[in-house]
Design a protein around this ligand. Structure first.
Ligand SMILES: Nc1ncnc2c1ncn2[C@@H]1O[C@H](COP(=O)(O)OP(=O)(O)OP(=O)(O)O)[C@@H](O)[C@H]1O
Length: 317
């Protein structure tokens, strides 16, 4: 396959995936330019692993097209050695030890960097003599990270790469990813539920919900696309009645609402008059709020639902 810089690294057109009657992906259209780190988020079961499996040739799409560098993935298995997909439940041969896994990866990935792999193996303190099947959950995650980083694949998918990793190992991972990406830029699509912790890795965020892309923005645009408003519940209700409320939290007489949109001069003045506090939304708050559509329809206004009903829904999750 010829890599052409003029084509996006990843291109989806109306991509669908059904498992029997379950319609998981319902027509995704998106392009991802090369050398970008993208966060792929959404609630459990929304289809993140399914999408990464399609993009790494491990699942066939039901409809639409999925391409890397302008080539269909399913019809072009050669594309797969340009792609590295690391996931928690990676299968390894029964008796495999660390050296076997690194050797197999070295044979498979054209850009494999063995010196880097050995350095990573030490940083994560991976045992050499233990069979992989006896590795702890965190050690399995660390091994997947070693393969994912040392493969230097032009497109790397990391599906919740650090389940079970201790905080020190997660810090090591962030540091290594940022420094290696700086030296060897590539396209990395990364899913995690520990969003704020990893937020400064991402240049772009894509959020899936109910089979669709509900947010696709740069990290700055994403966090500027909503804000929190907090204070006495009645004052919050009054100010937000004509705004798009994504999520509310109520505690006694106090309420905090996550609002879609920008803070206008008018809203800022009204908030000051009512002693309400406006604060930026974190990426994790935003992703969480976007997953609340069955509690509150983000396209509806709060005036269509009573504040009491909203609070009940929030508590009943
Ligand atoms: N082989 C399969 N057969 C049937 N259903 C499947 C299969 N693989 C995935 N699914 C279903 O597809 C949906 C999407 O699953 P997927 O693993 O892609 O979600 P996810 O977003 O990665 O979730 P999580 O955040 O929990 O890891 C789920 O409802 C899941 O049950």
């Amino acid at each position: 396959m010829t890599i052409s810089n003029s084509k996006p690294a990843i291109s989806l057109k109306n991509l669908t995936k059904n498992f029997g009657d379950t319609h998981v992906l319902k027509g995704l259209t998106v392009e991802i330019e090369e050398n970008t780190i993208v966060g792929l988020f959404g609630r459990n079961g929304v289809g993140k692993t399914t999408l990464m499996s399609i993009l790494s040739n491990q699942e066939q799409a039901t409809g639409g097209t999925a391409q890397v560098y302008g080539h269909n993935i399913w019809e072009n298995p050669e594309a797969t050695n340009r792609i590295c997909f690391i996931r928690e439940n990676q299968k390894y041969p029964e008796e495999a030890k660390l050296a076997h896994v690194l050797k197999a990866a070295a044979d498979f990935y054209p850009n494999w960097d063995q010196d880097f792999a050995l350095k990573l193996e030490k940083r994560f303190r991976l045992p050499k003599k233990t069979q992989i099947k006896k590795y702890s959950r965190g050690q399995l995650s660390a091994l997947a990270i070693v393969v994912g980083l040392a493969s230097r694949a032009p497109i790397t998918f990391m599906d919740e790469p650090y389940l079970g990793l201790d905080p020190t190992a997660r810090d090591v991972f962030y540091e290594l990813l940022i420094s290696d990406f700086g030296e060897y830029p590539r396209t990395i699509v990364f899913s995690t539920h520990l969003i704020d912790e990893a937020a400064n890795l991402f240049e772009r965020v894509i959020v899936l919900d109910e089979g669709k892309i509900v947010l696709d923005k740069s990290i700055e645009e994403a966090t500027e696309s909503a804000y929190n408003l907090a204070g006495p519940a009645l004052a919050v209700d009054e100010l937000t009645k004509n705004l798009k409320v994504l999520k509310v939290r109520t505690l006694g007489g106090l309420k905090s609402a996550t609002i879609s949109g920008h803070v206008t001069e008018e809203i800022a003045q009204a908030a000051t008059q009512r002693n309400l506090e406006i604060s930026p939304v974190s990426l994790q708050d935003l992703v969480s709020a976007l997953g609340h559509h069955d509690d509150i329809d983000p396209l509806s206004t709060q005036s269509q639902q009573s504040p009491e009903a909203l609070a009940v829904k929030e508590y009943s999750r």
